[in-house]
Design a protein around this ligand. Structure first.
Ligand SMILES: [Zn+2]
Ligand SMILES: [Zn+2]
Length: 391
């Protein structure tokens, strides 16, 4: 019978052995960034790495061409480490998802030498298109997490090391207004102005803000605003994102935003087509798992806070996974200076040696968190209890 300390030594020494190789993996993904839905090369790189280590690969997975599942082991407890690897248009890895993929890969590989002894099942699930498309939601619908009890993913950030995140519930909404084109000077009275409907919508949404709770965010862009200044626009289109702390409250706001579009159509004589997309749920940070992560990082000499109120994360489809099974989404610092994700400076940091070191440290923390979950049935039960209690 091995003690935790003995198992931990084995896990950490394997992590050290593979640190250089996984840093190279992170850099390979970094140097050839692929945007959402196009992560073909990145997903193959990660899956091949895991296959070489002995994982069984299913790719594509859950009906998504750039998703994969790498599995190994037997036993009741099945833990999944999730990997994101999509980049941003023009910016590259400005959200550092190259590091997420590498961290989950390294954590999983570090657990391999002890997996048979502790009798656990382990998967790395490649979850593509987080930035655009929130594909974890499709993966949930396609049964990708059905046999998994717990999920973990980590994300790079600046300055703070923190075990939990606050993320908004978020719904994408698209509206298309159909009007009637006409010569804007010769016969404007014959036109129906679809751009007016759109501008009225933006103004009404701005008025609505005053009557909403302070945690609500509504932001949008015009995708199509007309063809020429001397043609009354007959077709306009906008994309809005509507966010709130709470999914139920979010639904009521979506209804109000829909009313605004319908009202704008009525005012202008247009017709409105409203397309409501997926809803990313707020992150339900599992308390027992988060505390275990903090303890694991402390064993590595790294202090991690339970939460950081000054840090806002936007939204993530990991929120939906966290409402399905106990999950954590810790953040690890890749820079000592303030950085904003989705910027060129964040992208530069995501390829730095400091970031790669932080990725390795974080992977070790994830591996030790999983190790504790595998060997401590009471802790597993506590994670399930917390999951039932939390909203
Ligand atoms: Zn992002
Ligand atoms: Zn991200």
């Amino acid at each position: 019978m091995h003690t935790y300390d003995q198992l931990k030594d084995i896990v950490l020494s394997r992590a050290d052995e593979l640190a250089t190789a996984t840093k190279e993996l992170a850099l390979q993904i970094y140097n050839d960034p692929e945007t959402s839905r196009k992560e073909y090369q990145s997903s193959v790189l990660i899956a091949s790495f895991l296959e070489e280590q002995g994982f069984d690969i299913t790719a594509p997975y859950a009906d998504l061409p750039t998703a994969f599942k790498a599995s190994i082991g037997h036993g009741q407890t099945h833990i999944a480490l999730l990997g994101e690897y999509d980049a941003l248009p023009d910016i590259g890895h400005g959200c550092g998802h190259n590091l997420i993929a590498a961290a989950s890969t390294l954590a999983a590989c570090a657990l391999l030498p002890v997996l048979e002894t502790i009798g656990g099942r382990l998967s790395v699930i490649g979850t593509p298109s987080e930035e655009q498309g929130s594909r974890k939601i499709d993966m949930i619908e396609n049964g990708a997490f059905e046999d998994i009890q717990m999920a973990m993913i980590s994300h790079p950030t600046a300055i703070h090391d923190v075990a939990t995140i606050f993320s908004y519930a978020n719904t994408d909404v698209w509206v298309t207004f159909h009007g009637k084109e006409a010569h804007a000077a010769a016969s404007p009275e014959q036109g129906i102005n679809a751009l007016d409907a759109l501008i009225l919508s933006f103004n009404a949404i701005n008025a609505l803000r005053q009557q909403l709770k302070s945690d609500v965010r509504i932001h949008g862009i015009i995708l199509k605003g007309g063809e020429a200044a001397n043609i009354i626009p007959s077709l306009t289109k906008a994309h809005f994102m509507v966010r709130s702390k709470n999914g139920t409250y979010l639904k009521s706001i979506i209804q109000k935003v829909g009313d605004i579009f319908r009202g704008a159509a009525l005012q202008t004589g247009c017709t409105a087509n409203i397309d409501i997309g997926h809803t990313c749920l707020n992150m339900k940070n599992n308390k027992a798992m988060a505390e275990t992560y903090i303890q694991s990082m402390a064993e590595l000499g790294q202090a991690v806070d339970l939460r950081c109120n000054s840090l806002s994360f936007g939204s993530t489809d990991m929120g939906n996974v966290s409402h399905l099974i106990p999950s954590i989404h810790p953040l690890f610092a890749i820079s000592d200076e303030e950085l904003t994700p989705h910027t060129t400076s964040f992208c530069l940091a995501a390829g730095s040696s400091q970031a790669l070191e932080a990725m390795v440290q974080n992977a070790k923390g994830l591996a030790l968190t999983a190790l504790k979950m595998y060997i401590d049935k009471d802790l597993c039960a506590k994670a399930q209890e917390d999951f039932q209690e939390q909203v």
